[in-house]
Design a protein around this ligand. Structure first.
Ligand code: CP
Ligand code: NVA
Length: 334
């Protein structure tokens, strides 16, 4: 049966079958090819979308904007301080208002429940641009990047997430790996392992797809034979700055460095959703250096800038894959 995602929201990957995810990956690759070849693809000419951001963003916002424009759409951006949502107007009411004006709504913000509520009341597709629990559009870009590196068949490959293994990116990586039959390893302190309920759900999915899920606090075990070593910042957006001290103490052993690649697969690559604290060229990075004396945090600058790093391919792929998500959900059913 052919895949049809018209009219669907994109809230979390648990809502999608492996076939639907593969379809989005194929569509992303095709849209990337067209963009690079300069072939116009204004398939959604005249549609209007709104981007609702309650947290800051570079990649996600720009991907929705450029992707939307490439598809021929008009794009409205609402920044973290400029809509009534939550302060003077409920999410339910905001959803019903925006749904009357726009063909699709992107939301980045706090609890997953908020984006689910938006989708329930909007009457148009809603796309999750990151919540506290999940970051599903990032995953399509990450798997596309893996396909470009290792080919279409990723079964038996191991992806290891090092560090804060219960954040939105780690959760979503576990889900996408389980769905696509890719081995997933969460490697970090015991306190920061993915939540049990989500692990149980993913274990069930993995049993059907052949993925193997592993959880360890041992760095050598985590890095062993990994095709991808992936990390993310140690304190996510929405978490208090006071957490930095404790997190640095907990996460330091999991900083991705060259040594980890000695036991990884010979063709292993490094991935990171970005932004990254790999040097002191940011205000937060510099403050942390002054307070804790660490010039690089979740990844060493050597690895970030080295030949195994694919972080800017991932960043570019955000645009092609977000474009695919918008096109697949807004196009007329065939
Ligand atoms: N990876 C990612 O979502 O980046 P932004 O926070 O810049 O959107
Ligand atoms: N875990 C990070 C991801 C940023 C793209 C955060 O939520 O801040």
């Amino acid at each position: 049966m052919s895949v049809n995602l018209s009219g669907r929201s994109f809230l979390k990957l648990l809502d999608f079958t492996p076939e639907e995810i593969e379809y989005l990956l194929d569509l992303s690759a095709e849209l990337k090819r067209k963009k690079h070849a300069g072939e116009p693809h204004r398939y959604l000419e005249g549609k209007n979308i709104v981007l609702l951001f309650e947290k800051t963003s570079t990649r996600t916002r720009c991907s929705f904007e450029v992707g939307g424009h490439d598809l021929g759409m008009n794009v409205t951006y609402l920044d973290p301080g400029s809509s009534q949502m939550g302060k003077k107007e409920s999410i339910e009411d905001t959803a019903r208002v925006l749904g009357r004006m726009f063909d699709g709504i992107e939301y980045r913000g706090f609890a997953q429940e908020r984006v689910e509520t938006l989708a329930k009341y909007a009457g148009v597709p809603v796309w999750n641009g990151l919540t506290t629990e999940f970051h599903p559009t990032q995953m399509i870009a990450d798997i596309l990047t893996m396909r470009e590196e290792f080919g279409r068949d990723l079964h038996g490959r191991k992806l290891t997430f090092m560090g804060d293994a219960r954040n939105n990116v780690a959760n979503s990586l576990m889900v996408v790996c389980a769905k696509l039959g890719i081995d997933f390893c969460a490697c970090g302190p015991k306190e920061n392992m993915p939540e049990k309920g989500l692990v149980a759900t993913c274990e069930k999915i993995a049993a059907e797809t052949g993925a193997h899920l592993a959880f360890t606090s041992d760095v050598a075990e985590g890095a062993k034979d990994a095709s991808v070593i992936y990390t993310d910042i140690w304190v996510s957006m929405g978490e208090p700055d006071e957490l930095w001290g404790k997190r640095i103490e907990l996460m330091r052993p999991y900083q991705v460095n060259e040594k980890m690649f000695e036991v990884a697969a010979p063709d292993a690559i490094f991935m990171h959703c970005l932004p990254s604290f790999h040097d002191r060229k940011t205000t937060i990075g510099e403050k942390i250096f002054e307070k804790y004396g660490l010039p690089e945090l979740e990844v060493t600058n050597d690895v970030f800038e080295g030949p195994r790093s694919r972080v800017f391919d991932e960043a570019e792929n955000r645009m092609h894959t977000i474009k695919a998500v918008m096109y697949a959900t807004l196009k007329d059913p065939e």
